[in-house]
Design a protein around this ligand. Structure first.
Ligand SMILES: [Zn+2]
Length: 399
């Protein structure tokens, strides 16, 4: 009697938790490894809603979830990690239909992705943009099977955006021409033509706002394009962006103020050219290439304990890729290395190395300090911007 009543209690509680779990997140979201899919449609009066909390998924978002599921499945296959292990809690996503498109953001706290798409979209998920943001998500994941050198790219001006693009390219996705926008308003496609000897305007990324501005000077045929151009004109006060410098880029001009989305482009071009000549997915190889861990001990002002973190150099990863090639393939690799002036990438990575290790130190301190420690919030919100420069300062030394 006692056993059976306990069993009934257990059964009732189990059934209740199953019912509650199903009510919490729609099974189609669970199936796509999506924990939340907030939809903000700023041009309608519709309240923002989490699609995953609805009893029935609205028609356009069945396609959104299918697109998200596809990107997740490709990422799992790339890293050879089962999809449920790579995304154990699912990914938290927001989609904004607004004139701020095309854009995407990854937010480290609370580890979520948002996509800005043009108003009145035909399709709500641009798989290329999502794959790029998922690249940030994965680099910030603590999954033990992900390459520590890839995860160590967080906080690098050169590598953070470049590795996010490498994830997009490794999953064979592109942002090109997927929006309801003309080509000149889409994000510029990655090709194999970029080198570190190109004009400064390309390497610092200033060509792109100029390109967009020129595009908007032409008559826009679609209401989506017109809305995007009106928004850009409004936010820039109607002023034309500076003409990009055509002077050849040299390492002396490198500055952390460059647009991080473009300083790694010649490196992505190099990887694309390698893939074309030798066959194979060199973006994927880079993301998975091991590099020697360079141990550092970090201290933080106002805190007595220390943390130990590892730094990984880009040269370590690229050497691993080259080391796996045959002598004939290595000759192709070296010729392309020269053509893309890849020594510059290594030099930029050298300048970028110390801030990257510090970022790893900050992350380690966020975990190490108690929840109520004043540095916790400061470190979490700081990222690469050094607000409160005299507080909670992390510095690291190689050991
Ligand atoms: Zn990004």
């Amino acid at each position: 009697m006692k056993t059976s009543s306990l069993f009934l209690v257990w059964l009732t509680l189990s059934l209740w938790s199953i019912v509650r779990a199903q009510a919490a997140v729609h099974s189609a979201c669970v199936d796509a490894s999506v924990s939340e899919l907030m939809i903000y449609n700023v041009l309608t009066d519709q309240e923002p809603q989490d699609i995953c909390q609805l009893a029935r998924i609205p028609a356009p978002h069945t396609a959104s979830l299918a697109a998200l599921k596809e990107v997740h499945a490709r990422a799992a296959a790339l890293f050879a990690i089962p999809v449920k292990s790579l995304f154990p809690q699912g990914v938290k996503i927001a989609i904004n239909a607004s004139a701020e498109a095309p854009n995407g953001h990854y937010d480290a706290t609370p580890h979520s992705i948002s996509l800005d798409i043009p108003p009145y979209p035909k399709s709500w998920v641009n798989k290329g943009t999502y794959a790029h943001e998922l690249g940030h998500w994965l680099a910030n994941s603590r999954h033990p099977q992900l390459n520590p050198a890839f995860r160590g790219s967080v906080g690098s001006h050169l590598l953070s955006e470049t590795y996010a693009d490498a994830v997009m390219m490794a999953l064979t996705m592109t942002t090109e021409q997927l929006y309801d926008l003309p080509a000149c308003l889409n994000l510029p496609a990655i090709d194999d033509k970029w080198t570190y000897t190109m004009g400064l305007g390309f390497i610092d990324g200033s060509f792109n706002p100029y390109r967009t501005y020129q595009c908007c000077q032409q008559t826009q045929a679609t209401p989506q394009a017109q809305a995007v151009c009106d928004f850009k004109a409004e936010t820039s006060g109607g002023e034309a962006p500076a003409r990009p410098s055509a002077k050849p880029f040299t390492l002396r001009q490198y500055s952390a103020a460059f647009d991080d989305h473009y300083i790694g482009r010649p490196m992505l071009s190099f990887l694309m050219a390698l893939g074309k000549k030798l066959g194979g997915n060199f973006y994927g190889q880079l993301l998975k290439a091991p590099a020697p861990a360079i141990a550092h001990r970090c201290t933080m002002t106002g805190v007595s304990n220390q943390v130990t973190v590892a730094g990984y150099r880009l040269s370590g990863q690229l050497n691993a890729i080259q080391g796996a090639l045959t002598p004939a393939q290595r000759q192709v690799y070296q010729a392309l290395w020269k053509a893309h002036a890849m020594d510059t990438a290594i030099a930029i990575d050298g300048r970028d190395f110390a801030p990257r290790v510090e970022q790893a130190g900050m992350k380690a301190f966020i975990l190490a300090v108690p929840a109520d420690h004043e540095c916790k919030d400061i470190l979490q919100s700081r990222g690469l911007q050094m607000e409160n420069p005299d507080k909670c300062l992390v510095s690291c030394q190689q050991i």
